[in-house]
Structure formats: structure tokens, C-alpha cells
Write a protein that binds this ligand. Sequence first.
Ligand code: AHR
Length: 503
Amino acid sequence: MSDDPFRVSMAIDPDDIVAPVNRRIFGSLVEHMGRGVYGGLYEPENPWADEEGFRTDVLALVRELGVRIVRYPGGNFVSGYRWEDGVGPIDQRKARRERAWHSLEPNTFGLDEFARWSVKAGTEIMLAVNLGTRGARAAAELVEYANVTGGTKRSELRRSHGRERPYGVRTWCLGNEMDGPWQIGHKSAADYGRLAAETAQAMRTIDPTIELVICGSSARDMPTFGFWDETVLEHCHDQVDLISAHAYYDPEASDLSSFLASGAAMDDQIRQIVAITDLVARRKGSSKRIGISFDEWNVWYMGRHESRSADPRWRHAPRLCEDEYTFADAVVVGSLLITLLRNVDRVEVACQAQLVNTIAPIHAEPDAPARATAIYHPFALTARFASGNILRTSPTGPSLETESHGEVPAFDTVAAHDDLAGSVTIFSVNRSTTEPAQVSIDLSALAAVEILEHLVMEGKTPTTRGKNGEGGPPHEAPWHHDGDELTLHIPPISWSMLRLAKG
Ligand code: AHR
């Protein structure tokens, strides 16, 4: 560790706008996986559960986290799911063996429960349809159940289940990770492209207002990355609005410096997907701009877990991938959010995967109030304070050489300017493992400013896993403000947020 800081300079110019912050960047995934739903969102017998069986302690943390949209019901789970099994009177629903995670699915929580939970959580619904074992017909019937007011077979079925008004689900995913050999019903790019085009047409016939997400590559290191995305867009370009991207960063798959630079890998992935979507649009002579739905991203100790239940019995809600996070993980989550915000002109939806217990910012045990894990804090603060327009900041500073991602900037940052609220918020990450950063910010383009707070998330043992993650929630840090210049001292391996009000 060195006391000698490296220097960074940058300027805040409220006119240098990337795009307005889209709140759907602050999304999440709720999947029937492990204890994500049962024992997470839903646990009727729990003392913290409300009259509908939803854990109120979890709901309170979800609201505070600031999640805007939640993708459901998977993930890999959706590729073997029959949505009809999860609707209607609970006591008449039947359990099934669920193949994606080798679990027993009781079907006591389905679309109607999720929709009621979403109202309580204040979140928008994003639904995935099964294109693994099912196709256009089941998907269109689900749109009819969810979005048609009445007078048709499935809309009347919904009404008979006690839900008079349609759910009005706007955003729909055409399957999940269909390029992955692990996926139930995995397909070639051409087969999936044709099926997705047919399904999109069937779903839009029922509700022409819906927004559709085609499955892009499930990871940047898939051997078919790029080829898959181009092929499926060749089939569906005119029918879809967004293409999905997924990325998980395993702290134990690389050295610490490479892990801390995960945001640079995400940046590259976004750039490559944008290049492909724009290439296909040009080839088709279309002016349409396909957006990105980065609908699975997170830090995940993938190498540590049997992600499918290793238990040969078909267990209900087995514990799967219940990671304890370190503060280095929190720093990376904060930096991935910086990347997503910087690309808000092309990333229209993003979902941290997942929400509760499984790879999650919230942890719930049956006998204790739910709690935030270390990765909760940067998400909650970013969702709360990133508003208005994202600005280009173009910091100048040194680079770091990393084993997995080559040269990356040692310091990364994004700024949000909310003209209505009269505020500017700057989120930053110092990726150096040894040196603090001395950051000079030119504020001359703003009128007089008042510094409201500077919070830093740091710790001395970045990779210690613990209940709340070493380092805990962010703490207040000093700043120096002189005329038009603001100077921050940002410790190594840290995520920080500076808020200022325009005078
Ligand atoms: O989020 C866990 C799993 O990761 C999802 O089910 C799948 O889509 C991805 O591979």
C-alpha cells in the first residue's frame, strides 16, 4: 500500500450529455431457484410474512434498494416452466419436478402472486416466456392471460382467479440463454431465431403494445458470441426492441486486479453488442436502434457452487448459491453500475441477478429479519441518487495492466446531473490495489455549488467474506473545495459517491 496518490483530473459539464438516466437500469431478477422465491419473497408460515405470505422484512429492503423492474420467473427455470401450473386456486395447484435446478416446484407462487408482490414492492413486471420446451402458442396464451381485459378464454380464466384488471405487462423476454448447452431446449442460432420470430408475431397479435427482448449471447466468452447475436437478429430484427446480454464476474476466477476491472469487460461487451446490432440494422437498411437489456449481471462465486442441487432427492427450495460477499465484491458491483449508467444511451434495461438469497443483495433466514449483504449498498445508493442526465466526464489518469482485461483506467467514474433537483452526483471506483487517487474536478461549468456528502466504501481486507461484508456500509470521507476546483482523496480498492447541490 502506498501513500503516494496517482492523479486524475476531470470536468463536470452539464451540457455534455450522454442520455437521461433510465430507471429501468435498476432492475433485478427473481427466479424459482434455490430460496429465491420460497424462503425469500414468499414464506407464509414465517412470522414476518403478511396475510398473503410475502415477507415484509424482505419487501422493506427491496423498496429501500430502489429496484424498478423485476424479471420473472427465470433464468434457466423458465425453459421447463408451464405458466398454467402456477395460476388459479393454490390448493388445486400441483407440484412438479423442476429440471433446471433439480428441485421440487410446489407452484404455490406463480404469476398472480408475483404480480401482487410487485405492487407491494413498487416494481414493474418483466416476464420471460418458455422457448425451451414450449413455443409460440403457450407464449401468446400467457400474453392473453396477463394483458387482455376480458372476453377471451385466458383473460376470463384470469378473471375467474380473482384478478379483474389485466396486469399490463409491457416487457417480455423471448426465452432465456437459448445459446447455452445447459439450457433446457437449447437451440442453434437459426432454429432459435425462427422460433423467436414466430413467437414474437403470435404475442404481438394478442397485444401489439408489448416490448420484446430477444436472447443474445449468454456470456462474452461463449464460443458463439457475436455470431449468435447476429444470426438471431437477422431473423428477428424487425420484430424485437431489445437484445439481452448476461455477465457474471467470479472473484475467484482471476487475480484481484482483473476482478476489480470487471467493469471494463462489461464496457467492451456492450460496445461489441452495439456494433453487431448496428451492423444488422445497416444491412437491413433500417434506422431502428435495438437497445440492450442487460438482464443478468452480478458478482457470482460460480466456481464454488454446484449450482444445480447436488441432492439426488427432489428437494423443495434447496439452498443454492447463497454467497456471502466481500467489500471488493461491493466495489465491483458499484463499478458495474457505473458502466451501465455510462452506456445508458444503449442499455435500456438491466437486472442484477438475483434479488433474494440466491446470488443476492438481500439475505433472508427463517428465524431472523432479512438483511442486506455487502453488495446491497452501492446499488441502493446509485439507484437513489443517479437521476437526471448522465454526463460525459472523460477523466485523465493512469492505466493499470491486468491479466484478464489488459490495460484499463485505474480510476473510473460517471456523473449524473439532475437539473430539476439542482444536483450533481459523481460515482467513482479506484481499481488500484495499492495507490490512493487524488482526483481534481473542474466545476467551473456549474454555478456555485455546495458539497452535500462524500461517501466511500473501502476496507483493509478486501476479500474477507463476512456477514455484512468487511468494510460494511459506506462512510463519510473528506473533500477539499476551493473556488471552481474540488479535490477528492479516494483510497485504493474503493467505490465512492459524491453529491453536490447547485447554488
Ligand atoms: O442467475 C442464475 C442463472 O444464471 C440463470 O438462471 C441463468 O439464466 C444464468 O445462467
